[in-house]
Every structure is written in C-alpha cells, then in structure tokens.
Design a protein. Structure first.
Length: 231
C-alpha cells in the first residue's frame, strides 16, 4: 500500500504535543468560533448513531469516543489512523472507561485494514485532511461502505470550503491550514460531498451548521455489487 506524501502531510500534525492542546484549541475554540459549530453537535451525532460495535477512523484525541453514550455496557471499538499517536491517546482514554480498543494503521483511501464489518463507522473531522477533490477522496466512502454492515450507519463531519456559510476568520484559518498541508479542502463543496456519499450509500442525510457538514449514511453500496466499480 503506497501512501501519498499529501496524505501523510495531512496526518503528520497530530503529534503528542499537538494532541495535548487539541481539545482546547480544536474542539473548544475552533469549532465554536471559527467553524461556528460547537462540539456539542458532534457529541449529539455520536450519541445518536454510535453502536456497540464501532469503527472510528481518525479518532483525534478520543474525546468523542470517551464521552459517547454507548447502547451496550461492553462496547467493542476499533480505531484506524495513519498516525499512531491519536490512536494511543484515544486508547488511553477508552481504557479509563473499561474499553480496550483494537488499533490499526491504515489509509482511508485504500481498503481499510480490518477484516469484518461494523454496525457503526465514524469519520469525524477527517475528510478535510484527506487530499484530493470529492471525485478522488470520495473513494474513502466506498471503502467505508465495505466495512459497514447492511443495517449499519456511517456518520461524520467535515469542514467545507464551498456551499456553506463562511467568515473572514474561517477562510483565513482554512488557508493557513492548507498552506501547512494540514487541510486539503480547497475544493470541498457541499454538493460534491453529497454526491460522493450517495455513490457509496443509498440513504444519505447531510446537514450543515456553520462551515461544517454533518452526515449520516445508511444502506451501503458494495464495491462488488453489480453496477459499482472498485477503486
């Protein structure tokens, strides 16, 4: 599996030092004041969709997983990330809740490094770090569909550059992250996101809050089904 330099650049900023301030800087300040979507909306997305057998792609610090309301007393959680550091911090937090997650290093632009399907899959604050436009990065949704059970749900949130309200602060912040290769969302628009999700799932709902798009997607379209193509 060859990982592009652009994708590695998108994952690299999440060092132990950065992760120590992530909750305050990203979940606290940026979500509320830059993107204008307070983190409480992301938590509601998790609480309303997370299952007892969950796959989280790009878990950040694990704040959302560690605060989520799981529907079972002993949930199974699997983590996937290109960067080992977020998974280590997330695992540490989950162990405090009595959850021992499985962790796999892998790319969302390639078949996921898991050997089964999950009742819920999340990609929160991930896709704006993935290089390409929706025609190319949308292959991630096809891989996620393959890892989602027939009656499962895929949910997530991303910062868009087009099709959602923006401010001078949000535009300046996006440009700053893009210059540092942390964000690759220059071409990310709302219509393209919906189209990419619908190519991978038959039932898609997307809502916007500030500059964020939040979605749920159900009824996965398999890459081995007639009429689909495997990327």
């Amino acid at each position: 599996m060859e990982i592009s330099q652009a994708e590695l650049d998108g994952a690299r900023p999440y060092s132990p030092t950065m992760l120590r301030v992530y909750d305050l800087y990203v979940l606290g300040f940026n979500n509320r004041f830059v993107w204008r979507c307070p983190t409480k909306h992301l938590r509601r997305l998790y609480d309303g969709n997370i299952s007892g057998d969950h796959l989280d792609i790009g878990p950040g610090t694990g704040w959302q997983l560690s605060h989520a309301k799981y529907p079972v007393a002993d949930p199974k959680v699997t983590l996937v990330d290109l960067n080992q550091h977020p998974m280590e911090m997330t695992a540490h937090r989950l162990r405090k809740r009595g959850i021992e997650p499985a962790s796999h290093v892998g790319s969302v632009l390639h078949p996921l490094p898991v050997d089964r399907q999950y009742d819920s899959v999340a990609a929160s604050l991930l896709m704006h770090c993935v290089p390409g436009n929706w025609d190319s990065k949308g292959i991630a949704f096809r891989h996620i569909a393959d890892a989602t059970t027939d009656d499962g749900v895929f949910f997530g949130v991303t910062a868009l550059s087009h099709g959602v309200p923006s401010t001078a602060l949000s535009r300046a912040t996006s440009r700053n992250f893009q210059r540092r290769n942390g964000f690759h969302n220059q071409d990310d628009d709302l219509t393209g996101l919906v189209d990419a999700l619908e190519r991978a799932f038959a039932a898609v709902e997307v809502n916007t809050i500030g500059s964020f798009a939040l979605w749920t997607a159900r009824r996965p379209r398999r890459t081995d089904q007639p009429g689909t193509t495997d990327g």
